[in-house]
Design a protein around this ligand. Sequence first.
Ligand code: PLP
Length: 408
Amino acid sequence: MAATRPTTASSAQTSAQRDWVALENKYYQHTFKRSLVMERGEGVRVWDANGKVYLDLVAGIATNVLGHAHPNVVRAIKEQADKLIHVSNLYINERQVELAEQLYNVSGGMRSFFSNSGAEAVEGAIKLARKFGRQNRGGAFHVISMDRSFHGRTLATTAATGQQKYQDTWLPLPEGFMQVPFNDLDAVKAATTDKTIAVLVEAVQGEGGIFPASPDYLQGLRRWCDEQNLILICDEVQAGVGRTGRFFSWQHYGITPDITTMAKGLAGGVPIGAMLAAPRADIFEPGDHGTTFGGNPIACAAGVATVTTIVGEHLVEHAAEMGDFLGGKIDELAARYAIITGTRGMGLMRAFELAEPRAQDIMDRAMERGLLITNAGPTTIRMVPPLILQRDEVDEAIASLDASLAAL
Ligand code: PLP
């Protein structure tokens, strides 16, 4: 029998001539519902395979913090690729140490462990908390997390995620996880037992619909964890890297968690995760945890370029300013359209609530007009644009959104 040779594209066909939707249907597992084929991006714009341009307020779901093809990130990746793509964690790679140093400085003294994704970063945080429980709380291992939270798609992070729709299919999930209502300190106190080791919280819930914690709540959680010798884990996978107008969203609250997790924006779109530990929780020893790819030279070179650009160009402050501007414009829309029942957000992490489950309709209409926005459930529209967004681009996005709402 003749061997089948793997082929990608027939040389005679251009990208636009291939039926990517049919090919995806044939070759890719049916995990995602999608039909738009993206080809390239620049700044806050992306182009599809037919050459249509979109203003991108999704940014790879809060990931392309510097927009698309930022020259600093592109240059860093190219230069690093010429030198060293991968060495494993058997050896030190310079970019990894440089990125850890930057995060140490912006976090106020936390040391890093790098992985490849947000879920892996949260897994690492759970393992670290369990080790703390073994050493300091008689083997306690239960983690309290919040209703409506999202922490990833691995089994443990699914168990930590406070949304039944992500859990039901995978029962039984690993033991030791429970959820309580968000922004309810008494609920955390009531759920704490001698088996509890950690409280896991997003200071601003992302996938759940952009809900910021109240200051009393987050400060109360910090105090409760101190009093009870628990580990406070803040999941910054979505809200981190400047998105909310501070480098970490917990910095708005005047607290420091024992562990914080990052991913998405950290390397400007190159896969990376990070789990940062303050001295109290910094107890991993050689052999406890590991990864082949995590903290790889390419990802860390992109990370160093991203953080250097964010800090050097004051993009955290810019995100705060643009976020206020975007938030104000969304409030104006809310005053004109009865279907909008509420607006929420912090910095460039914004959402509005709908009276009816029409988020998909609005997204489809916006897409027709060349605007990419996303949702968080059927009644919430979410916008998590690049931090480089400018006022005229906000105006353009709002005009498209206005027309999309009017067309409902
Ligand atoms: N934690 C939070 C707060 C997230 O928003 C996400 C993803 O949306 C994750 C964890 C999981 O990250 P990843 O998809 O990179 O595994």
